[in-house]
Design a protein around this ligand. Structure first.
Ligand SMILES: Cc1cc2nc3c(=O)[nH]c(=O)nc-3n(C[C@H](O)[C@H](O)[C@H](O)COP(=O)(O)OP(=O)(O)OC[C@H]3O[C@@H](n4cnc5c(N)ncnc54)[C@H](O)[C@@H]3O)c2cc1C
Length: 163
C-alpha cells in the first residue's frame, strides 16, 4: 500500500485479512494518519512500514501480473530498492468530485468548492455545498453531517425567503 494517511492505513489493515504480509510505503518518516489508525497499523504484525520511500515503478506484465516494485529513497538521492510484491494499492488521497461545478462555482487549487465563511452558501442563489466537496481540512463523517445540516437549514431559510 502506498500512502501515509487514514486511507492508506485502513487499506493496509484490511488487506492483512487476505495477505500474509503487507508493506505500507510512505515517503516520510511518520504517518499523517489519525492516532487510532496509526496505532492499528503499528500494532499489526503483518504490516511492515517502509519509510522515506516513493514508488518509482511497478514491475510485471499483463500476463503474469505484478512481481515487484521499485522504490526511490526520499532522503538519499539516487538510492533505489526493489521489493517483491504481488499487488500494489495506491492510497495517496482523493480528488473531490466537483469538476461538474467548475464553471459555476469557485474551486480552490485542489478542486474543493469555496463557500462563504461559516456557511454553505455559494454565489449562486439557492445552491449550497456541504461535506467533503468543500472541506479540505477535516473530511470526517461527523463534520460532513454537520455541514449537511447547515446546508439544509440555509436552504430552508432561502426557500422561505422566496415564499
Ligand atoms: C477509506 C476512508 C475511511 C474513512 N474513515 C472515516 C472514519 O473512520 N471516520 C470518519 O468520520 N470519516 C471517515 N472517512 C471520511 C468520511 O467517509 C467522509 O468525510 C464522508 O463520507 C463525507 O461525506 P459527504 O456526504 O460529504 O461525501 P460522500 O460520503 O463522498 O458522499 C457523496 C455522494 O455523492 C454522490 N455523487 C457524486 N457525484 C455525484 C453526481 N454527479 N450526481 C449525484 N450524486 C453524486 C456519491 O456517489 C456519494 O454517494 C473516511 C473516508 C475514507 C475514504
Amino acid at each position: 500500500v502506498i500512502g501515509g494517511g487514514d486511507s492508506a492505513c485502513e487499506e493496509a489493515n484490511f488487506l492483512t485479512r487476505f495477505g500474509s504480509k503487507v508493506y505500507l510505503i510512505h515517503r516520510r518518516d511518520e504517518l499523517r494518519a489519525s492516532k487510532i489508525m496509526r496505532d492499528r497499523v503499528l500494532a499489526n504484525p503483518k504490516i511492515e512500514l517502509v519509510w522515506n520511500s516513493a514508488l518509482k515503478a511497478i514491475n510485471g506484465s499483463k500476463e503474469s501480473g505484478v512481481h515487484s516494485i521499485t522504490l526511490e529513497s526520499t532522503t538519499e538521492k539516487g538510492k533505489e530498492t526493489q521489493l517483491e510484491v504481488n499487488a500494489v494499492f495506491i492510497a495517496i488521497g482523493h480528488i473531490p468530485n466537483t469538476h461538474l461545478f467548475k464553471e459555476l462555482l469557485r474551486l480552490d487549487e485542489n478542486g474543493y468548492v469555496v463557500t462563504e465563511p461559516d456557511s454553505t452558501k455559494t454565489p449562486v442563489p439557492g445552491l449550497f455545498v456541504a461535506g467533503d466537496a468543500q472541506d479540505h481540512v477535516f473530511r470526517q463523517a461527523i463534520t460532513a453531517a454537520g455541514s449537511g445540516c447547515m446546508a439544509a437549514m440555509e436552504a430552508e431559510r432561502w426557500l422561505e425567503s422566496q415564499h
